[in-house]
Design a protein around this ligand. Structure first.
Ligand SMILES: [Zn+2]
Length: 381
């Protein structure tokens, strides 16, 4: 994942209005009547509840907008698998695991492990000395699947470890889970002091109150102690990311910036783990798409470059589901964003090149879409 240093914040309210209009058009699938209705009823604050209200006012909009010339290339597939599962609450979503999901893949044992332990404490239940495994810098190289989930490959010296099976730290006491160690209490070796969790106090309070829900979810999965043996099995790895998602859901409710972006990314990782375990990935990708769409609507990005990446991922998910028109809509938004940025002054360095880079990648994917192995995940035969 590429990181840039600058934020790009539209400076005038006119920019903001345009920005909201652009987002609404994507959401309402270029239905300008719905967009106008939204703005006249609710103004320019985007709120998912108001969006549902508008959708209810235009019940046939979905059908009428997908009938023009583009239908020819849109295979009239039924709703993707899992259409009914995306509304299941995070704490009720339990996978049916394949047999392979319970395997723990092992690298060459004669090689050095790329993992090293970091001891962290839990900010919610105060449990001390949790097992957290960090990846040595530059020990493995990383490829991405079409949804930007990472695939870890050995460069020769170190053992090949699928870091998705180790990256989430889970508290045995209260099931708080996160791949971001800064969510826990860390011991800083330089200052020789504990560094507090970055989670806001309100979120920690809610995490404390919802401990029983996380424990009940953990029971339902049937994973047991395998969750705490690192590296994990695919099944335990999937559950670790689901627990991280349950944490991020509370962050989303607490308006923590980037919560929906994180949830989308957790679910693209779960989808990759499903594929690696020989399981269907559609339900996981559908959830990823829901969270990425919400992130886009709420502009829930700590850095604007993340928005470009999300548009690229959404384009790929819809293409994967054979929803060609929607896929192209997301590419169009990326192109429109590029045009807007080119005309704007004072755009921080790096923002326009980032937008162009993701747009270029999207266009290349679009051109290659009939190629054999287009959806092949590296490492899976
Ligand atoms: Zn805990």
């Amino acid at each position: 994942m590429i990181e840039y240093k600058n934020f790009y914040i539209p400076s005038m309210s006119e920019d903001k209005d345009q920005e909201i209009r652009r987002r609404l058009l994507v959401l309402f699938k270029n239905h300008s009547g719905m967009t106008d209705a939204y703005i006249s009823q609710f103004g320019t604050e985007i709120n998912m509840k108001n969006i549902q209200t508008i959708r209810a006012q235009f019940p046939n909009a979905g059908e009428t907008t997908s009938t023009p010339a583009t239908t020819a290339e849109e295979p009239n597939t039924a709703a993707p698998l899992g259409e009914s599962t995306k509304d299941i609450p995070a704490t009720d979503f339990v996978f049916k695991f394949s047999n392979r999901a319970f395997e723990v893949p092992t690298g060459d044992p004669t090689k050095e492990s790329p993992l090293y332990p970091r001891v962290v404490d839990c900010p919610v239940c105060k449990k001390w000395g949790l097992n957290s495994q960090e990846l040595r810098a530059k020990s493995l190289s990383m490829l991405n699947d079409p949804f930007m989930a990472p695939i870890y490959v050995t460069t020769g010296h170190f053992q090949e470890v699928n870091y998705l099976l180790a990256s989430v730290t889970v508290c045995e006491g209260c099931m708080l889970a996160s791949p971001d160690r800064k969510d826990f209490i860390l011991y800083n070796r330089t200052t020789r002091q504990n560094q507090d969790s970055q989670l806001p106090p309100q979120v920690i309070r809610e995490l404390k109150e919802s401990t029983d829900k996380r424990k009940a979810f953990f029971e339902k999965t049937g994973i047991g102690d395998a969750l705490f043996k690192i590296p994990r099995s695919y099944a335990a790895g999937i559950v670790s990311y689901q627990l991280a998602d349950i944490r991020a859901e509370i962050e989303g409710g607490g308006k923590v910036l980037g919560a929906f972006y994180k949830r989308g990314n957790y679910w693209t990782r779960i989808a990759l783990l499903c594929r690696q375990a020989g399981m269907d990935d559609h339900a996981a990708l559908e959830r990823a798409a829901e969270y990425f769409k919400t992130a886009f609507m709420l502009s829930d990005f700590p850095k604007q470059e993340m928005e470009f990446q999300v548009l690229y991922i959404l384009f790929n998910i819809y293409l994967y589901f054979d929803k060609v028109k929607e896929a192209r809509d997301y590419l169009s938004v990326l192109d429109k964003t590029r045009q807007d940025l080119e005309q704007k002054e004072g755009v921080p360095d790096g923002v326009l090149p980032a937008c162009k880079k993701w747009l270029e990648m999207g266009k290349n994917r679009w051109e290659d879409r009939e190629m054999p192995n287009f959806w092949k995940t590296p490492g899976i035969t």
